[in-house]
Design a protein around this ligand. Sequence first.
Ligand SMILES: [Zn+2]
Length: 323
Amino acid sequence: MIHYKELGLVNTRELFKKAMQGGYAIPAFNFNNLEQLQAIIAASVETKSPVILQVSKGARQYANQILLQYMAQGAVEVAKQMGCAIPIVLHLDHGDSFDLVKSCIDTGFSSIMIDGSHLPYEENIKLTRRVVDFSHRYDVSVEGELGVLAGVEDDVSSEQSHYTKPEEVEDFVKRTGVDSLAISIGTSHGAYKFKVKPGESPPPLRFDILDEVERRISGFPIVLHGASSIPQKIVDEINKYGGKLEDTAGVSEDQLRRAAKSAVCKINIDSDGRLAVTGAIRKVFYEKPDEFDPRKYLGPARDALIELYKHKIINVLGSNGKA
Ligand SMILES: [Zn+2]
């Protein structure tokens, strides 16, 4: 076993405390490969933002857990070398079992999510409590979830969303001992979040639910999943260069900005990054069909990611300068 502190990583406790006091949110960006990680570190160091490196079960299978461990350690060293030792968290996204959580903690994760949101309430509590008891022994922070998001993301999918019931949050937090709570207030997983016609706006987030949750567990860190904005500009670029994405819309950045100022301390962004990479690669393939050096298309994809992440950090989450 390797403990995350040996890798130079931190858990989320201090970061969320400061984010709560400062009225901003910490970015949680998913990664599975080198260019994504390079982009996350470059954007976070340049903006002096703390960051959560997020790995799903699928990403762990794709990239290899040992490699991921050394990549996270490498990220810490690279940030130092770039002149700003930003706090870096290595977080398991949507952990679905005790064994997976244990395996992640054994390989250096500093924070984990246990997602029992699809289970009946009492079973969600039981699973989450067991994971919390184990994780806290190693000072690893735990995110639980109440309510179900619609959409598809790796292994997690649901046809319908079920908003979080504010009357359950106090009991859940108290009985499980989690350090943060993901809630469902109308965000959604994946690139096809809301079926809207061009020019129409997606439904607004349920700030009434968020307010009621905040009232009931005042000062407790809240997490938003499925918070990509699906920028029309990137969708248009993908389609211009041979892609075939359907009409879609994401969560408006205005709404996320408002959420970041509240008890929301962590905002997950994955789909926007996937779109930015796809757009950049398609553009190179379209404009230079004779190109066959992967650096010549993965490089521009990395640059597009850096721009996207910096924009999110500065203009949406407000975590710039908080490292
Ligand atoms: Zn999620």
